[in-house]
Structures are given as structure tokens and as C-alpha cells.
Design a protein around this ligand. Structure first.
Ligand code: AMP
Ligand code: MG
Length: 408
């Protein structure tokens, strides 16, 4: 079923987003070596393998003693042995002996206090305390289980794996973890006028920049299975190559060819290949002609309008969040920001307005508008950080008006 017929019933961006989410199945899971998981979405719960720390851990270089002896006034201890990290705990011979210990060592049995090496002198096998020492029990010792107990839930499925989470998975003893598979993306530009950077160009031609922008935005978010192709506005070529890409990729991201022109053949060709149209056109500026459909194997097919500002905005507003949620990533709240100055907009469409995030004298962020001349004017994006989504006009949005911020 197509969700949109005439211009009067255009989907809002929120409805378009919901329609995409409805259609995208959860992505498959794979077990990957831990070293290859950063940026991935965890798809299993991870529980503590042991107590944290797993033993009473010495956290200073020094000597371990029985604190009761020090409180009784003993100032001189016979050094019985040295115990490094990684060695099973030794046992203190008696209350007048000490064991030299290193940070990370397991607390020797019979000892309950570590005196740091700045607070004693070591000579002839004896330690003599110098200044008054702090001999409270378990001084300079991190107690077993004080950070976390065996069996607690440490990481929940849906967590995005950054450096701390990878460290936690490693500490839980896991060599591999279950994460979402990355979909294979095909980024496709369409248009007879487009010329690859590095190739000679004529006056009437345009550089093929969208593909580079799309791939850059995807790579910046950790997607690395991203290929690309360029197709002419030619029905036969579109049919042949799109059919091939549908067979080999989970998601197609097209730019261009979805407007009303005679050579905007993309929706027609996709439909002929069995890609079911979910919607065409969204009540937004820029990016109104956006198309979305689902292929016979559940492939996601995004037809983004070709104007460079539209392509990038539609990618960041719709494509990337949809894929992130298909990967099972827990949603983080959308950042919100106030307008640095008033803006007016006259159309009954959601307005995606590029902005630079600027800090005022108190360090408070504000969205400073960077309107583009047209949706082809990507030079205006220089120095911008993303765009905000303003509700449909006609409206005068005052300074301080708070809106969702999408970063490039
Ligand atoms: P279309 O959506 O195909 O009608 O294209 C709209 C405008 O965007 C046209 O001026 C195209 O030349 C331009 N355009 C389309 N694709 C790209 C691209 N990959 N890179 C840069 N400009 C493009
Ligand atoms: Mg075109």
C-alpha cells in the first residue's frame, strides 16, 4: 500500500520515519572478535564473570602489615617476602612481619593494611615506619566486590560499544561478543549530468558530490560495508544495475531521479523490479520528493532527492536513524537547541534549517541559522554543524525557539 496520494495528504517527517521503522526488520546478529566491535551494537546482555575487583587488591606500592600491630605501637617489621601482582596471596608469618607488595597484588593473608613506600625506610631486611602512618584497616586496599558483584548485569543488549564498554566485555572474559551485522549498503547516484571528481568536466556538467557526502556520513558513523555506483537516467541501465544491486545488498541509497521530471525514472524502475513503494514525498523542505520502498527480500530502498542539501538532510534525518534502530541500538534522546535569532518560514512544510552551533558568553549552545539559497546551495553548509527541524509554517519562530538538532 502506498501511504501517499496527492500533495494534500503528504506525510509529515514523523509519519515518514514511523513508516520506515515499521518496514525495516531487525538486522541479523553475528559473533565478532572483541577487537572488531567498537561502534557496533551489542545484541546480548553481559554479566559479571567475577566480583570486581575479584580479590582484595593492593592499590599502592609499599608493605602489607597487620594494622592492629601498628596501632599497638610496633614501628619496625621484618620483611618476610615480596609479592608482585599476579602471584597468589602469601601469608604473613606474624604480627611483626611485613610483606612487600606492588600495586595490583592480592592482599597477603593476615595483612589488612598497606603502608606506602614514602612512609618507611627499608634497611637490612627491616622496614621502619618514619612519619605517623595511617593504619586504619584496609587502608590502600580496594576490597573484593566493592565495584560490582559476580553476576550483575553490566551491559544490556542495545548498548553502543565504545571504549569503556569494550573494556567491560573484555573483563567479563569474552573473546567474542554478539553484535548486529552491518548491512551491505549500495550508494547510487543517478543523472546524465554527473561527472566523477578527477575527470575532465564540461560547462554544462556537475560534479558527482552526493555519493561522497553520503559515504562520508556513513563512514563517520562506523558503517564500513558501503559500495557505490553511478547510473545514467536510462531505463535499461537503471533496470539492469538496480536489479543486480538489489540481489547483493541489504540497503540501497539512491540520490536523484525521484522528482517529477521526464527523466526521473527511479520510482518507476524500482516498482518494475518488485520494490514496493511505502511512500513518495514528505511534507518537508528541503527533500519533499523523497521516496522509500521495500524490496522483495526486505531490502530497504531510499530514493533521496538529488539536490545536495536535500540528499544530506534526508540521509541524516531518515536513513541513518532507521538503520541505527534496525540494528537494535537503544535510542538516545534527540538533542534539542534554541534558535539564536528569529526565523520566519511561509510554507505548510516542516522546515529543515542548517545551523551552526555557537556558544554564548556563558557557554550555552545556540543554533545560529545558516539558510541556503536553494537546496542545491551546499556552499552555505560550510561551517554548519547540522540542521534543526522546525514545525510547519507559516510561522515566525522567535529567538529561543527550541527544536531538535541533527548533526551532520
Ligand atoms: P534530481 O533529483 O535528479 O532532479 O537532481 C536535482 C539536482 O541535484 C540536479 O541539479 C542535479 O544535477 C543535482 N544532483 C543530482 N545528483 C547529484 C549528485 N550525485 N551530486 C551532485 N549533484 C547532484
Ligand atoms: Mg537527475
Amino acid at each position: 500500500m502506498t501511504l501517499v496520494a496527492g500533495a494534500s495528504t503528504l506525510l509529515t517527517p514523523q509519519a515518514a520515519e514511523a513508516a520506515i521503522d515499521d518496514q525495516l526488520p531487525g538486522l541479523p546478529i553475528e559473533a565478532r572478535p572483541l577487537s572488531q566491535c567498537v561502534g557496533g551494537t551489542l545484541r546480548e546482555n553481559i554479566y559479571a564473570e567475577r566480583d570486581y575487583p575479584p580479590f582484595d587488591r593492593v592499590c599502592m606500592d609499599g608493605v602489607a602489615i597487620d594494622s592492629a600491630a601498628s596501632r599497638r605501637g610496633v614501628r619496625r617489621y621484618a620483611v618476610q617476602a615480596t609479592q608482585a601482582a599476579g602471584v597468589p596471596p602469601m601469608t604473613l608469618a606474624n604480627a611483626e612481619s611485613a610483606i612487600e607488595v606492588m600495586t595490583g597484588a592480592s592482599l597477603p593473608r593476615g595483612a589488612d593494611c598497606v603502608i606506602p613506600l614514602e612512609q618507611y625506610v627499608l634497611a637490612d631486611g627491616f622496614v621502619s615506619l618514619t612519619a605517623p602512618v595511617n593504619d586504619t584497616p584496609f587502608r590502600n586496599i580496594q576490597r573484593r566486590g566493592e565495584d560490582g558483584r559476580y553476576g550483575i548485569l553490566m551491559l544490556e543488549a542495545g548498548t553502543l560499544l565504545g571504549a569503556p564498554e569494550i573494556a567491560i566485555a573484555a573483563s567479563a572474559g569474552l573473546a567474542r561478543v554478539r553484535v548486529s551485522s552491518q548491512p551491505a549498503f549500495m550508494v547510487i547516484s543517478t543523472g546524465d549530468e554527473l561527472v566523477e571528481p578527477g575527470e575532465p568536466i564540461a560547462g554544462h556538467q556537475i560534479r558527482r558530490s552526493n555519493t561522497y557526502a553520503v559515504i562520508a556520513a556513513m563512514r563517520a558513523r562506523g558503517f564500513d560495508r558501503v559500495s557505490n555506483d553511478h547510473l545514467l537516467d536510462d531505463e535499461t541501465m537503471l533496470t539492469d544495475r538496480l536489479s543486480l544491486h538489489l540481489a547483493t545488498h541489504e540497503a540501497l541509497i539512491l540520490s536523484g531521479g525521484v522528482s517529477m521530471g521526464r527523466f526521473d525514472l527511479v520510482p518507476k524502475v524500482l516498482k518494475s523490479l518488485g520494490v514496493r513503494e511505502v511512500f513518495h514525498r514528505v511534507a518537508q523542505r528541503p527533500g519533499k520528493p523523497m521516496w522509500f520502498g521495500v524490496g522483495p527480500r526486505g531490502q530497504a530502498v531510499f530514493g533521496l532527492p538529488g539536490n545536495p542539501v536535500s540528499t544530506l538532510i534526508c540521509l541524516v534525518r531518515f536513513v541513518i536513524p532507521a538503520i541505527v534502530s534496525a540494528m537494535g541500538t537503544r535510542r538516545t534522546p534527540i538533542e534539542r537547541i534554541g534558535l539564536a535569532r528569529p526565523v520566519t518560514f511561509d510554507l505548510p512544510l516542516a522546515y529543515f534549517l542548517p545551523v551552526a552551533v555557537e556558544l554564548d558568553e556563558w557557554g550555552q549552545p545556540w543554533a545560529s541559522p545558516r539558510p541556503t539559497n536553494t537546496s542545491g546551495d551546499f556552499l552555505s553548509l560550510i561551517g554548519s554543524d547540522g540542521f534543526i527541524e522546525l514545525p510547519p509554517g507559516p510561522m515566525a519562530y522567535p529567538k529561543g525557539f527550541v527544536a531538535p538538532l541533527y548533526r551532520w
